[in-house]
Design a protein around this ligand. Structure first.
Ligand code: G4P
Length: 529
């Protein structure tokens, strides 16, 4: 790596957050297309299996072995090195989606222009906000009838509590748009129908708002609307403030259509300039700077291989400082020993390739026979430290689990423990009449099926999984608090997490609010530190 500091400055590591069907796969693909990482739309396989049954979905995963294609992708564009982290969605929504945000330096929030802010986006936004990472909004599907742009901006403010600065603005009227206009660059990009399902790039024009040619191109009505809108934005809208953007308080907004390409290139070009390069990361010994000499990183994702014939897993490392070099040893702080990073891989669209060198901001995947835990810090032995732990994010599906065959208790415990350290499940214990019961929590319901599938396949344990009606887990602080809970036993349950911290499970929001009202001195946290 010639000049490491320059290499770090050109890194952009981000995740796309969205609700299923907003167009994340399509946008990712178009970004890769512009970056030259792929040459045809349709190359990135979506992990979605809308029409499949769960068993089919798992069969697909199994056949694909470790499916890395959609986990992390990188490409170069205009001198920048871009790492896109995939946030699982659809049926496979899991805690990984939240954890990926811990490894990202910024997020692209993708909205369907006709639907606005949807449920899954809200949840992921909440995590970005908590981490204070910059959020860039792309309003998609503008080739269709969409909500009015000003309504979308108010929705961002009202639903998510974030102010916005439109960088591009739709050209058109009544939710029917012809293209987008870039306010700073004075660039018009027109939406052109036809073509090969949007597989080709579009051309654009640079025109002042006052240029009569602009009027000619877009027509009188659209021209008038654009003039009015832009002057309203200039006068009454937010001002562009890079500091607020980087602090995650102001989101730059772009409009476009991933499918037909329009607005995508404008977005990419502005986004890479505004988005931050890798920054400092906190540890128990103070911040680590990306340009620090020594190698450091943490494991933010462990991907299991669904194929029982190949037990190896992939552990994903976010590099935070120093440089990865082929064949290097690193110190695992939790284990207190040196580990050789086996066959590190980087991923380029559908291919993976051996990593030659990588620096802060990059993600590498290493084959793991089961030694890594989620959140493990890898660094130099002499100045060993630990990165801030990866929080536990809200699970929304809970089930009491046990082995059908009580003789398999040992394998059951081993399996549950292993899946816990991989981050596949959260594990809680409840004690009733002196008997410990295991309760698992997952972010997406499919994960419960994955649990039963993996326990049988990998540990030979047939599971009894009894879904519980709880939807919310809240960690209590201070930990020694004895909150008075609503007396509807079936609607709340006191449990402890794997670190023995007290947690209350709630069946619905109403009971949870009652509990909060009754215990004003107790904090009920949805994300455990
Ligand atoms: P996801 O990964 O966020 O779930 O979304 P994905 O990209 O798979 O897109 C979901 C659907 O929305 C797809 O249609 C896709 O073609 C469509 N889509 C994405 N971007 C745009 C856009 O800019 N405009 C319009 N009109 N549609 C868009 P599908 O019918 O589910 O699949 P397909 O048959 O098109 O592949």
């Amino acid at each position: 790596m010639a000049n490491r500091e320059q290499e770090i400055l050109r890194r952009r590591t981000f995740a796309i957050i969205s609700h299923p069907d907003a167009g994340k796969t399509t946008l990712t693909e178009k970004l890769l297309l512009y970056g030259g990482a792929i040459h045809q739309a349709g190359s990135v396989k979506s992990r979605k299996a809308k029409t499949y049954a769960v068993s089919d979905w798992m069969e697909i995963e199994k056949q694909r072995g470790i499916s890395v294609t959609s986990s992390v992708m990188n490409f170069d564009y205009d001198g920048y090195h871009i790492n896109i982290l995939d946030t699982p969605g659809h049926q496979d929504f899991s805690e990984d989606a939240y954890r990926t945000l811990v490894a990202a330096d910024s997020a692209v929030m993708l909205l369907d222009g006709a639907k606005g802010v949807e449920e899954q986006t809200k949840k992921l936004f909440h995590v970005c906000k908590m981490r204070g990472i910059p959020i860039f909004t792309f309003v998609n599907k503008l080739d269709r009838v969409c909500k009015k742009p000003f309504d979308l901006l108010s929705e961002l403010e009202q639903t998510l509590g974030i102010n916005s600065y439109p960088v591009t603005w739709p050209v058109g009227v009544d939710g029917v748009f012809k293209g987008v206009y870039n306010r700073a660059l004075k660039r018009l990009e027109l939406f052109e129908t036809g073509g090969d399902h949007g597989a080709q790039k579009l051309t654009s024009y640079t025109l002042e708002l006052s240029d009569s040619k602009l009027k000619e191109i877009i027509g009188d009505e659209a021209y008038l609307a654009l003039q009015e809108d832009i002057s309203l934005l200039d006068e009454a809208g937010e001002t562009f403030d890079m500091e607020r953007i980087l602090a995650g308080q102001l989101t730059p907004v772009f409009f476009g259509s991933a499918m037909t390409n329009f607005g995508v290139q404008q977005f990419l070009e502005d986004f890479i300039k505004m988005a931050p390069a890798p920054g400092n990361r906190n540890t128990d010994k103070g911040p680590v700077k990306p340009e620090d000499e020594g190698f450091s990183g943490f494991i933010f994702k462990i991907q299991a291989n669904m194929d029982p014939k190949h037990r190896d897993r992939l552990a994903f490392i976010r590099i935070c400082s120093g440089q990865y070099e082929k064949g290097m040893n690193v110190y695992n702080t939790r284990l207190g020993k040196q580990i050789r990073l086996a066959q590190p891989q980087q991923f380029l669209a559908q291919d993976r390739s051996a990593v030659e060198d990588a620096c802060a901001g990059d993600i590498i995947g290493v084959f793991d026979s089961g030694i890594f835990h989620l959140g493990d810090t890898l660094c130099g032995e002499k100045e060993a430290f630990k990165f801030d732990p990866i929080p536990m994010f809200p699970a929304e599906h809970f089930a009491e689990v046990s082995a059908k065959d009580t003789n398999k208790r040992k394998q059951f415990q081993k399996g549950i423990e292993q899946l816990l350290v991989e981050g596949a499940i959260q594990v809680f214990k409840s004690n009733s009449y002196g008997v410990d019961k295991y309760i698992v929590g997952v972010a997406g319901a499919l994960q419960l099926d994955v649990l039963s599938y993996r326990m049988l396949g990998e540990y030979g344990v047939e599971m009894r999984i009894e879904p519980l009606a709880f939807q919310y887990a809240r960690w209590i602080t201070p930990e020694d608090a004895e909150p008075e809970l609503p007396q509807y036993f079936s609607e709340t349950l006191r449990v402890t997490d794997h670190l023995n911290r007290p947690v209350v499970l709630f069946e619905n929001q109403w009971v949870m609010q009652r509990a909060e009202e009754k215990n004003p001195k107790v904090k009920f946290l949805d994300i455990a530190p």
